[in-house]
Design a protein around this ligand. Structure first.
Ligand SMILES: [Zn+2]
Length: 110
């Protein structure tokens, strides 16, 4: 069954503005407990935290919102949402707990 909203953590970047560490292939752990264990993981380049407690709390909040929407809509048949109808919307976090939903960076799937 398909979900209306899926949250995927793709790539990791350092929140330190003086650091340019970005690894698009390094995925954060999935699930709340995996992410909780990732809090404070040091950046391999500068040592700053790659996930702060503030951003973790915001992620848990986003998971909760997605769950409310998905529970309200209910499970959808896999063919109810063809790839051509799906969009990926980047969400940018900076370690402060603030969440920027980058609608201008949204891409429609082919
Ligand atoms: Zn860094």
């Amino acid at each position: 069954m398909a979900k209306a909203i899926e949250i995927k953590s793709k790539g990791v970047m350092c929140d330190n503005p003086a650091c340019d560490f970005l690894d698009p292939n390094m995925d954060m752990p999935s699930g709340v407990e995996g992410l909780r264990a990732f809090i404070g993981t040091p950046c391999p380049k500068c040592g700053a935290s790659l996930l702060t407690k503030e951003d973790f709390d915001s992620m848990v909040f986003m998971f909760g919102l997605a769950q409310i929407v998905n529970d309200t809509i209910g499970s959808l048949p896999e063919d109810a949402l063809p790839e051509s109808e799906r969009m990926t919307i980047p969400v940018i976090m900076d370690g402060t707990g603030s969440v920027v939903i980058n609608l201008s960076g949204a891409t429609k799937h082919e």
